[in-house]
Ligand binder design. Structure first.
Ligand SMILES: [Fe+2]
Length: 184
């Protein structure tokens, strides 16, 4: 699954190196989104993850198109950033005992992931511009970037919805209890 150690000597090498990590990230996120869709108990959040899972399958294909337009075999290189996020989620899942707490963390996990994906696609497109690859490479990556941006906006919208908002307030109250005289 992992590509061998690559020697990086120019922006073209860096582009492929980054694309391989993005490919790995998208593939891993298909399963992660599926799991989160099943475990989230907030209907909007669960539906949002299910929709983005389907979109992510399309994103995997678009990254493969970018490889093919470059004349390269699609190759995955272990993306340690997404591995770390998934490991954090595993640790959280192992300890969480409250559905609303899970919903809240999953929402933030989704937002974190979208931000990382957006940064990766922006990086790829910046390098693409520098090395002058064709539209066959850049269009699928631009399409993915656009879709990630929409998903981030949706998740942020969800973060403003009443149920999760209420939970945030409750959590803040737990963390910063008002001075009601107890314990003094
Ligand atoms: Fe994605």
């Amino acid at each position: 699954m992992s590509a061998p150690q690559t020697e990086l000597r120019n922006p073209e090498d860096l582009f492929v190196f980054t694309l391989e990590a993005v490919y790995d990230m998208e593939v891993k996120l298909v399963d992660a989104l599926d799991e989160m869709s099943q475990l989230a108990t907030n209907d909007n959040l669960s539906a949002g993850f299910a929709i983005h899972r389907t979109e992510t399958e399309t994103q995997v294909r678009r990254v493969e198109e970018a490889f093919e337009a470059l004349g390269k075999e699609p190759t995955r290189r272990d993306n340690r950033v997404v591995d770390g996020l998934l490991e954090e989620r595993d640790r959280f899942d192992a300890g969480v005992k409250d559905d609303e707490l899970r919903n809240l963390r999953y929402l933030d996990f989704g937002i974190e992931t979208e931000r990382i994906e957006i940064t990766s696609y922006e990086e790829l497109l910046r390098i693409a511009k520098k090395i002058g690859v064709g539209e066959g490479v850049t269009t699928p990556l631009e399409d993915n970037l656009g879709q990630e941006g929409k998903t981030l906006r949706k998740l942020r919208g969800l973060a403003g919805k009443s149920t999760l908002d209420t939970l945030r307030d409750e959590l803040s109250a737990l963390r910063y209890p008002s001075n009601d005289g107890r314990g003094t």
